[in-house]
Design a protein around this ligand. Sequence first.
Ligand SMILES: Nc1ncnc2c1ncn2[C@@H]1O[C@H](COP(=O)(O)OP(=O)(O)OP(=O)(O)O)[C@@H](O)[C@H]1O
Ligand SMILES: [Mg+2]
Length: 136
Amino acid sequence: MADEVCIPVSSEIDIVTARQKGREMASRLGFSNTDLVLIATAISEVVRNIVEYAKKGELCLNILQEGGKSGIVVIARDKGPGIPNIKLAMQDGYTTGHSLGLGLPGAKRLMDEFEIISEVGKGTTVTMKKWVQNNG
Ligand SMILES: Nc1ncnc2c1ncn2[C@@H]1O[C@H](COP(=O)(O)OP(=O)(O)OP(=O)(O)O)[C@@H](O)[C@H]1O
Ligand SMILES: [Mg+2]
C-alpha cells in the first residue's frame, strides 16, 4: 500500500471501501484495535456526508510522521453545495437531512485533530488526524 491512497466516492458501497482502506493503513501504523474502530467510524461519517450532501467526492488517506510520532490523516473532499454555517453543522443534533446530526461532531470526538473548510457553491474539505499512542 502506497503512503497516500485516495478512494473516489459516489455511492454507499464506497463507504465500505473507504472504511476498509482506512483500517488497513491504520493497522499498519500500529493503532490499537479500539483506535481502528474509532478511525473507521469517523471515516464512515465523512464519506456518508459526501454521498448524502455532495453526491460525489473523494477520501484520501495519508501517513503522518512528525518528530518520532506517527499517525494517519484522513481527508474527505467534495465539490458539492458546501456548508453555510460550520459552527451550526458541528453542533450535536443539527441536520438538514432527516438524520441524527451527529456525524460531524461525532467524528471530531473520535479523532485527535479536526478541521472543516467549506465554501457555499464550491465544496467542503474535512481533514482529520489521529496519532498512534506511544505506550513505550
Ligand atoms: N460534505 C458536505 N457537504 C454539504 N453539507 C454537509 C456536508 N457534510 C455535512 N453537511 C451538512 O452538515 C450537517 C451536519 O452533518 P452531520 O454529519 O453532523 O449530520 P447529518 O449528516 O445530518 O446526520 P448523521 O451524520 O447523524 O446521520 C448536515 O445535515 C448537512 O447539512
Ligand atoms: Mg452525517
